[in-house]
Write a protein that binds this ligand. Structure first.
Ligand code: ZN
Length: 140
């Protein structure tokens, strides 16, 4: 059986949520390196995270389902500033300027990597994790 990786995860929570959704659709899929990353999260970058693998024959259908899950997730979020539902997922540069990048490199020897944020197209609000409905209810 030929398997192909369709998505990688840093956390076993999000990996298992997607795995459960795909199992509910009747798709045979597995998580690779789940226990290694869970036991030692520092290894996650070295081994490429937790991998969601499916049969090659299911790859196109699964990628379409994953796109739909992401769209459902984004469309369900409401901006806490303007109450709009118009988030996009964008890339931001890792360091704000060359001086910050140089200090980061000198003192911590990390490569300056880009990071991803959800950006409200209406008001410009940005967050790493989308606000959820139950969080709004707790604030009130
Ligand atoms: Zn907004």
């Amino acid at each position: 059986m030929n398997l192909v990786t369709v998505k990688t995860f840093d956390s076993y929570f999000s990996a298992n949520i997607i795995l459960t959704k795909l199992h509910a659709e009747g798709i045979e899929c597995y998580l690779k390196d789940e226990y290694t990353v869970t036991l030692d999260p520092i290894l996650s970058n070295a081994i490429g995270g937790i991998k969601l693998v499916v049969k090659v024959a299911d790859e196109i259908g699964v990628r379409k389902l994953l796109e739909n899950y992401e769209l459902d997730y984004i469309n369900a979020a409401t901006c806490p500033k303007c109450s709009n539902n118009n988030f996009t997922y964008i890339t931001k540069p890792g360091a704000t300027n060359y001086l910050t990048a140089m200090f980061t490199w000198i003192f911590s020897s990390y490569a300056v990597a880009p990071y991803y944020v959800y950006h409200c197209e209406n008001c410009g609000y940005e967050c790493e994790r989308l606000p959820e409905k139950f969080e709004e209810e707790q604030i009130d």
